[in-house]
Design a protein around this ligand. Structure first.
Ligand SMILES: Nc1ncnc2c1ncn2[C@@H]1O[C@H](COP(=O)(O)OP(=O)(O)OP(=O)(O)O)[C@@H](O)[C@H]1O
Ligand SMILES: [Mg+2]
Length: 474
């Protein structure tokens, strides 16, 4: 799990860096496009009819040409003047390059080269025109950004064309912290006053936005891994519990099966050793004991086989019109007989209406028997059991309530699992059982399209409620 989180994180960081580079490249492209367009727009007036003239200034090659002079600025080279003319069949352009005699010095006293201005132009009017071009450049950059899906906040810094010094030192200082600064671009071909630099304070938001699908998918990957991990963990845990429970079952069953065998063995042994054939009364007694034990053994085997078959879907229910109240009465009567030596009381409240279901009498009787048996078994000597049957048009409801130890919430769902027995249940150390009873009950009820619920609290008894669909004439 940790490895997969680590790998994802490493991969995403890698991707983040790659995207950062890509975003910077895209931003540079935006400024380049804006600079080319702006070059053309600054000199287009009166030359609109020449398609080639336009194509030349819009071309990347032109920008490359222009920028190569820019890069030589350190050697005292720069564009000084640009003019163009259009006659009938061609356009002519004149570019003056200025090559300083000496390398520009950084000292402030260096004599500045004055710009060549057109006729009738003052420095003030030229600066105003330059300012207009700057505004156009900046808005072109913004438009290009939007068109290329680069929704970021942008600024710019201006540099003196000749000296390369920033025009506003504060803006320049702020720009040093920014995530991205473009190359410098002159933004018109009329005056060479300033260079433009695009500044984007933060590109992280944009980078993350571009990575959104990767982020979402890796989030889901992690989620899936997590879910798979939890699932696996649960399966392993329940496997372990199952093994424990199974072991307990084997122990229990061995004991349950061995007791009758041992008793029968002892009885037969006594019969032969004391030659009881001569004492028919004693012989009968021993034979009765053996029969009872064999019966118990048989029941036990039936229980296991029955459940196995039920789980494998091999048992087919034989539904018929079954009178629930009659079934309950039979179970209650036989349980009262069986427990007449104990103090346990079983009270039964029948419904006033007849309650019929479409069910298998054998299995449903087994269900009632199991629930009453549990109630008596786990409630001890003072057991008080209330069985109530109610019914309406659609459902028959039977409730088995006892005053036993109750079942803690964490065990309540699990008591219906195969082999499960509540561990260390208060006050009942010696109650024997295989943990199959309730599992069988649930299976049978569900096969009848019914439901079983349990309400119970520690120390306050338990209440098992069965609900079955009422019988309807087909
Ligand atoms: N009425 C009850 N009061 C308290 N605990 C109960 C009650 N009924 C069942 N239990 C708990 O649920 C567990 C599972 O019951 P279940 O009937 O499936 O098995 P069992 O009684 O142990 O064995 P078996 O019924 O197969 O002989 C029991 O071991 C017991 O801990
Ligand atoms: Mg039981």
């Amino acid at each position: 799990m940790l490895t997969s989180i680590g790998l994802q994180a490493a991969w995403l960081t890698q991707l983040f860096r790659a995207q950062q580079v890509q975003v910077k490249r895209d931003l540079e492209e935006v400024v380049r496009n804006a600079a080319r367009k702006n070059d053309y727009l600054s000199i287009m007036h009166g030359r609109e009819r020449s398609e080639n003239f336009r194509n030349f200034f819009i071309s990347p090659q032109w920008l490359l040409f222009k920028q190569s002079f820019m890069s030589m600025r350190g050697m005292g080279i720069g564009m000084a003047k640009f003019s163009s003319d259009l006659d009938k069949d061609s356009a002519y352009i004149d570019i003056s390059l200025r090559i300083a005699n000496q390398k520009p010095s950084t000292s402030k006293n260096t004599k500045r080269i004055t710009h060549t201005l057109d006729k009738g132009q003052t420095l003030a009017s030229a600066l105003a025109a330059d300012r207009r071009d700057l505004m156009r450049m900046d808005s072109l950059v913004k438009v290009e950004c939007l068109q290329n899906g680069l929704g970021v906040k942008t600024n710019y810094v201006l540099y003196n064309y000749d000296t390369g010094k920033p025009k506003e030192i504060n803006a320049w200082k702020a720009a040093q912290q920014a995530d991205y600064r473009s190359e410098l671009y002159a933004y018109n071909l009329n005056f060479f006053f300033h260079n433009y630099q695009l500044v984007v304070p933060s590109i992280d938001g944009l980078v993350l936005y571009r990575m959104r699908y990767y982020l979402i998918s890796s989030f889901f990957m992690l989620l899936l891994t997590g879910v798979a991990f939890i699932f696996l963990f649960r399966v392993l845990r329940s496997q372990r519990l199952y093994t424990q429970v199974r072991l307990a079952f084997s122990g229990n069953m061995t004991h349950e099966l061995k007791t009758p065998v041992a008793v029968i063995e002892a009885a037969l042994d006594a019969i032969t050793r004391y030659q009881l054939a001569r004492d028919p009364a004693k012989l009968d007694n021993y034979i009765d004991i053996s029969k009872a034990q064999l019966n118990r053994l048989n029941q036990m085997i039936d229980k296991v086989l029955n459940l196995e078959a039920l789980d494998n879907g091999e048992i087919l229910l034989r539904p018929e019109l079954f009178d629930v109240q009659e079934g309950l009465e039979n179970v209650v009567t036989s349980m009262r007989l069986r427990n007449n030596e104990t103090m346990a009381t079983i009270s039964y409240t029948p419904s006033e209406m007849p309650c019929f279901v479409n069910g298998d009498p054998v299995h449903l009787t087994n269900v009632f028997y199991n629930l009453v048996d549990n109630a008596i078994k786990y409630s001890g000597a003072q057991a008080k059991i209330n069985i109530t049957c109610t019914c309406n048009e659609t459902h028959v409801q039977i409730s088995f309530e006892d005053n036993g130890p109750g079942i803690a919430k964490i065990h309540r769902e699990r008591i219906f699992e195969r082999f499960f027995r509540v561990p260390n249940q208060a006050d009942i150390h010696n109650v024997k059982g295989s943990g199959l009873g309730l599992h069988y009950v649930k299976q049978v009820i569900e096969k009848h399209h019914g439901q079983i619920a349990v309400k119970s609290e520690i120390g306050k008894g338990s209440n098992f409620i069965i609900s079955l669909p009422a019988y309807h004439e087909a």
